[in-house]
Design a protein around this ligand. Structure first.
Ligand code: PAF
Length: 281
């Protein structure tokens, strides 16, 4: 497996693969890879070659967010990529991705205005811009994103359709710890007590899934049952618990065919997200 830091090198390698008529799968990440990322890399193994990018993208962090402390460990990431079968890591420096007079942004409307977009106003503009740049650099056939970041996945799918990018976007299932906590690079911030408290997220998700599977369709009833579980945990503070449309990310009062039940909760200072896709019967 190769590790490169420049756009020029990625382009040369991918160009060579293209000459050999090989298909390319791409997994964009911010590093500190865990089993969740590895499941994406393994899914991308359906292509002839797999590229993983590792780049903590400053543009998607707000001024008071955790850019400086976001965990970074390239050696650890290399091991995880080798284990999962990646062929190439692209790990650029910030200056390689953003020249001093960088001025182009990719912005999306409606889809970015709910859920995480409310608490993190510039986040999705940063995500869409960097993902567009990475797509232009790697030029993959398929790109793989986790369903844990459900809103991100919906936004990327819309962006690719709206801007006619010739890339297939594939959403992969949430990977959880044995006790239910969704895998996240931010889980390392949790101390022992917080780690236990963080289980309220998956408990709330399970409650939603139980209610929906037993026929409940009223969003308020679902949200209030989830809120009750989370509020019982003193270390947890709700950012949002919402039932939204899968297409628009706007709140819905009744579930008809499909819905996304999404939540963001602070456990101490760490903001965690989780969700449940209901895709109809
Ligand atoms: O999901 C992430 O880790 C990031 O938002 C992404 C897609 C790699 C863009 O920086």
């Amino acid at each position: 497996m190769l590790v490169v830091k420049t756009i020029r090198e990625v382009r040369e390698i991918v160009k060579q693969w293209r000459k050999e008529d090989l298909s390319v799968g791409f997994v964009p990440t911010m590093g500190y890879l865990h089993e969740g990322h590895q499941s994406l890399i393994r899914a991308a193994g359906e292509n002839d070659r797999v590229v993983v990018s590792i780049f903590v993208n400053p543009m998607q962090f707000g001024p008071k967010e955790d850019l400086a402390t976001y965990p970074r460990d390239l050696e650890h990431d290399k091991e995880k990529c080798i284990e999962a079968g990646a062929d190439l890591i692209f790990a650029p420096d910030v200056s390689e991705m953003y020249e001093d007079n960088f001025q182009a942004f990719v912005d999306m409307n409606l889809l970015t205005q709910e859920l995480c977009g409310l608490t993190r106003p510039c986040h999705f503009r940063g995500v869409c811009t960097v993902v567009t740049k990475l797509f232009n650099i790697v030029k993959p056939d398929r790109a793989y994103f986790g369903k844990k970041d459900a809103q991100q996945l919906a936004i990327i799918k819309r962006m690719v359709a709206d801007l006619n990018m010739d890339i297939e976007i594939i959403g992969c299932p949430i990977i959880r710890e044995a006790d239910g906590l969704a895998r996240s690079s931010r889980n390392v911030y949790l101390d022992t007590q917080e780690r236990k408290a963080a289980l309220v997220l998956s408990k709330a998700v399970n409650k939603a899934s139980e209610l929906i599977n037993s026929g409940e369709r009223n969003s308020e009833t679902i949200v209030s049952a989830m809120t009750q579980i989370i509020s019982a945990e003193p270390l947890a503070k709700i950012d949002y618990v919402k039932v939204v449309s899968l297409d628009t990310m706007q709140q819905i009062s009744e579930i008809n065919n499909s819905a996304l039940i999404a939540l963001a909760v602070y456990i101490g200072k760490t903001r965690l997200i989780d969700n449940f896709f209901y895709e109809g019967e």
